[in-house]
Design a protein around this ligand. Structure first.
Ligand code: PEP
Ligand code: MN
Length: 347
């Protein structure tokens, strides 16, 4: 249920009202807009009577939220959520609150599928940074279909990512596969939850207890609603810094590795306030498709992309076929910058 308060209600009245709701045992989520305050009631409100709230002088309207996701719902939080990350080069904002800014941010995250050596990660980090990436991606813990395939460098991969961060100033996005790995992630900037763990509910609840931004990838065969429900798990456990990531879904056709669901971008942006990032690498599996799909993602309203870049795709230990070279990445960013101008976005 959401309660919209009358414009310009005094803060002291809002605080009294929130206190009263909390005393009734309700979970309260407050969204403060430019001149309206929206109070979202979290939990089971089926026995609550809307009329009893309408009787308060400061209440403008009361509405039931039909969707099972509440905190991720735009009705709870009409303005876009911005996620702020401190980097040595200054603050980076993912997503754009259009009440406060007229230019939208388009954030590019790039790097190899997996960290393979110090030389590899540092050289890719330097190159993607010079071209305009704002984050370095790279897996240290890799979810592989085969137990015989390279499983990632583990802890030493995290150390190498941190060395690359020190060298270039690029903040890091990397995948966490199990909660016991969390202690290694203290200096990681964004925790990626991969497609295969999107519905690992115990993991999601634990992530609610940390404050780091979470890049939540859509599962291989999950609906947009299930993605939002997984975001809800993290948010309702205490961490509202969730970034949604479309990375392609399974379908009958296999000319691409997965099917990039472009329509889900405007859909998620409509029903949720969370930023949406598109992964053109895993969604297509083909390096030559990364550029057109990145442009499409930008045009569809995505808040950024997560791209695999490898200094030698043919020697990559993982996902070489979908990885672009640093030169191709440079060309990609330059062409996205042209598109960004038309869309009033900044890269
Ligand atoms: C990855 O980003 O390298 C990855 C394994 O992605 P996904 O979980 O989308 O397959
Ligand atoms: Mn990969």
């Amino acid at each position: 249920m959401i309660i919209v308060l009358k414009n310009q209600t005094a803060k002291s009245d809002i605080d009294l009202f929130i206190n009263m709701l909390q005393n009734r045992g309700l979970g309260v989520h407050v969204s403060t807009g430019v001149d309206t305050t929206i109070i979202g009631l979290v939990g089971d409100t089926s026995n609550m009577n809307e009329e009893s709230f309408k009787a308060f002088d400061i209440v403008k309207t009361v509405m039931r939220v039909q969707e099972p996701y509440k905190m991720a719902n735009r009705k709870f939080h009409p303005d876009n959520t911005e996620i702020k990350i401190q980097s040595p080069d200054g603050e980076i904002t993912i997503g754009t609150d259009l009440q406060k800014n007229n230019k939208r941010n388009f954030t590019i995250m790039a790097g190899p599928c997996s960290v393979e050596s110090e030389e590899q990660i540092i050289s890719v980090a330097k190159e993607v940074k010079a071209s305009g990436a704002r984050f370095l991606r790279g897996g240290a813990f890799k979810p592989r279909t085969s137990p015989y395939a390279f499983q990632g460098m583990g802890c030493s991969g995290i150390d190498l990512l941190l060395a690359a961060k020190k060298e270039t100033g690029l903040p890091i996005v990397t995948e966490l596969m199990a909660i016991k790995q969390l202690e290694l992630f203290d200096n990681i900037d964004i925790i990626q939850i991969g497609a295969r763990n999107m519905q690992n509910f115990d993991l999601l609840k634990e992530l609610g207890h940390c404050k780091k931004p979470i890049l939540l990838k859509r599962g291989l065969a999950n609906t947009a609603k299930e993605l939002l429900m997984s975001a809800e798990y993290i948010m309702s456990s205490g961490n509202e810094n969730v970034i949604l990531c479309e990375r392609g879904i399974r379908s009958f056709d296999n000319f691409t590795r997965n099917v990039l669901d472009l329509a889900v971008i405007p859909y998620l942006k409509k029903v949720s306030h969370l930023p949406v990032i598109v992964d053109p690498s895993h969604s297509t599996g083909l390096s030559w498709m990364v550029e057109p799909m990145s442009k499409a993602a930008l045009a569809c309203g995505a808040d950024g992309i997560l791209v695999e870049v490898h200094n030698c795709p043919e020697c990559a230990l993982c996902d070489g076929e979908q990885s672009i070279t640093p030169n191709q990445f440079d060309k990609l960013v330059k062409s996205l910058q042209q598109y960004a101008k038309i869309e009033n976005m900044v890269i």
